[in-house]
Design a protein around this ligand. Structure first.
Ligand code: FAD
Length: 252
């Protein structure tokens, strides 16, 4: 029966893929520009990587550009060239089509080998021996309906908080360990230059096993917001991937 054949292959392939990724080198929570860039560079280096995102469409805040005008801006284009996104120079900025950027980046991350699970929401972290070792996840629709259904876990050697603002994984740690992050998790007022530089500079491990990339960095370090300029997000994703690749290679 074709009807049940269709269902069977979908269920079989999804559960095969999910089971394969219950244990990973890296789990990235959030498939925005920072999480997808990190996933691309990690997977390209043959690091076993799973990305979860609670939304149906991955890409985070890329799609809408500024106020729905779906053009995105960058200060340089090296990473865009690498992933094959068309750019145009306009004054000191490079511009790209938000749709091409979102789909191109997602395609590269997936083709490099990152497993991407949309509609999966991280609701907690796995913490053992004072090290973050994975995430507790559930179906985003179960979470949205507020149903009383237990989650499952996806484990890894490192976890990246790529949830944008308000840095949800760091927030989960802060709730139980308020002394670790005494400041509120929030961005400061708009200042593009300071934020674009700061977000890359501060990208890194904030707790054993837990890394921040992208807008999460701004929230953790109270850096200024920067609006729809995305170079810092890509560089932050690339930087966190390089840090983790070094760490994993040195711990072999
Ligand atoms: C509503 C909105 C407000 C914005 N405000 C600002 C601003 O104030 N300042 C600024 O500089 N830029 C802002 N932007 C611009 C832009 O979105 C960000 O700079 C950029 O997209 C951040 O990239 P990111 O990869 O860090 O996170 P995002 O693009 O935000 O992607 C984060 C992803 O994580 C997913 N996610 C979040 N929590 C979970 C979870 N628990 N489990 C699974 N997935 C999860 C989300 O679904 C999302 O896809 C905003 C964008 C939007 C859409």
């Amino acid at each position: 029966m074709i009807e049940t054949d269709i269902s069977r292959v979908i269920i079989r392939e999804y559960t095969r893929r999910l089971t394969e990724h219950l244990e990973n080198d890296v789990v990235i929570v959030g498939a925005g520009p920072a999480g997808l860039a990190a996933g691309y560079y990690l997977a390209k280096s043959r690091i076993k990587t799973a990305i979860v995102d609670k939304k149906l469409s991955i890409g985070g805040g890329i799609w809408g550009g500024a106020a729905g005008y779906n053009i995105v801006t960058f200060e340089d284009k090296d990473i865009l060239d690498e992933i094959g996104v068309t750019t145009k120079k306009d004054g000191d900025l490079y511009i790209a089509d938000a749709i091409e950027f979102a789909t191109g980046l997602a395609y590269k991350a997936r083709k490099a080998g990152a497993a991407i699970f949309n509609l999966i929401e991280a609701e907690d972290i796995v913490l053992k021996q004072e090290t973050v070792q994975g995430v507790v996840v559930n179906s985003a629709s179960i979470r949205a309906l507020g149903l009383h259904v237990d989650p499952f876990c996806i484990c890894s050697r490192c976890v990246i908080d790529g949830t944008g603002h308000p840095a949800e994984l760091v927030g989960m740690l802060k709730t139980r360990k308020p002394d670790l992050f005494p400041r509120e998790l929030q961005e400061h007022f708009m200042n593009v230059e300071a934020s674009e530089a700061g977000v890359v500079e501060k990208t890194g491990e904030v707790y054993p096993g837990l890394y921040v990339a992208g807008m999460s960095v701004c929230d953790v370090y109270n850096l200024p917001r920067m609006g729809p300029i995305f170079g810092g997000m890509l560089k932050s994703g690339k930087k966190v991937a390089e840090q983790i690749i070094n760490k994993l290679q040195n711990s072999k």
